[in-house]
Ligand binder design. Structure first.
Ligand code: AMP
Length: 252
């Protein structure tokens, strides 16, 4: 199995850096998919979004990636962003108002010609309601909300074994997808590190935050007839195939 790489920064610059940045390439699709990915931290939403974006030609919109890019930025951060990064380091949810300001500012990305895959947003009922109002005002509709399901024990094992390359952001796993040389990236030889929020003390906080704030979204989207449960067991490719089958059935 090979490591998952994240997309080059420039192809989703407007999302990662803000609306003043221009995307180098803009995907086009005849009938764009506009998806939300739900699931506890560690179910593999980011990996699935990375695979799905190629299959669906849609843009991967991850709020966590925006925060991570900001945390590595050499520019002066706004006071709200500095506070947001403190929440993120603890594994806690960033306050709705900060997340919403960031998403609203990037609402142009919801019109992306290839459609979009929202990963890590919405995470609270408040965020889901804000998104729903924005979609209505932008005359857009969600196609489906994919809910990845996995038992808690498997989630903890996935998160605590995850290692990321400092340079190219490739993701490995100590047991499921080990690098050829311990601590080194197979692709660029960069150093592998453990994300601060993947440390055991943060993992517990993240899972509690998920149960409290994000799990109620399952009901929210079920009532809107948008929920599509998918088992997150097996290899990333198997899970992606399962997702594509379920999506195809939805459009039939
Ligand atoms: P993720 O990569 O989606 O797991 O996000 C990493 C961290 O960023 C989360 O643990 C939160 O601290 C923060 N974050 C990302 N998206 C959101 C959101 N929609 N609402 C609140 N906090 C978020």
């Amino acid at each position: 199995m090979t490591a998952m790489t994240s997309e080059s920064k420039s192809s989703r610059a407007a999302w990662l850096q803000g609306p003043s940045a221009k995307c180098e390439t803009v995907p086009e699709a005849e009938n764009p998919w506009r998806l939300v990915l739900l699931g506890a931290p560690g179910v593999g939403k980011g990996t699935q979004a990375d695979l799905l974006k190629h299959r669906l030609r849609a843009c991967h919109l991850s709020t966590g990636d925006v925060f991570r890019v900001a945390s590595r930025s050499e520019c002066e951060l706004s006071p709200a962003m500095k506070v947001a990064l403190e929440y993120m380091r603890r594994g806690d949810l960033v306050p709705d108002s900060t997340v919403w300001d960031m998403v609203r500012e990037r609402s142009g990305c919801l019109h992306c010609g290839g459609g979009f895959i929202l990963d890590g947003f919405p995470r609270t009922i408040g965020q889901a309601e804000s998104l729903r109002r924005l979609m209505v005002s932008e005359k857009l509709t969600l196609t489906a909300v994919v809910n990845y399901e996995l038992p808690v024990g498997a989630i903890v094992a996935r998160l605590s074994g995850r290692r990321t390359c400092e340079k190219c952001k490739s993701v490995f796993h100590l047991t499921e997808m080990p690098p050829k040389v311990e601590g080194k990236c197979d692709r660029c030889d960069g150093k592998l590190y453990q994300r601060e929020d993947d440390r055991p003390e943060s993992v517990k906080v993240r899972l509690d935050a998920y149960d409290r704030s994000t799990a109620p979204l399952i009901d929210f989207y079920q009532k809107l007839g948008l929920l599509m449960p998918v088992a997150a067991e097996g290899s990333p490719e198997e899970i992606c195939d399962r997702t594509m089958t379920a999506l195809a059935a939805r459009r039939r």
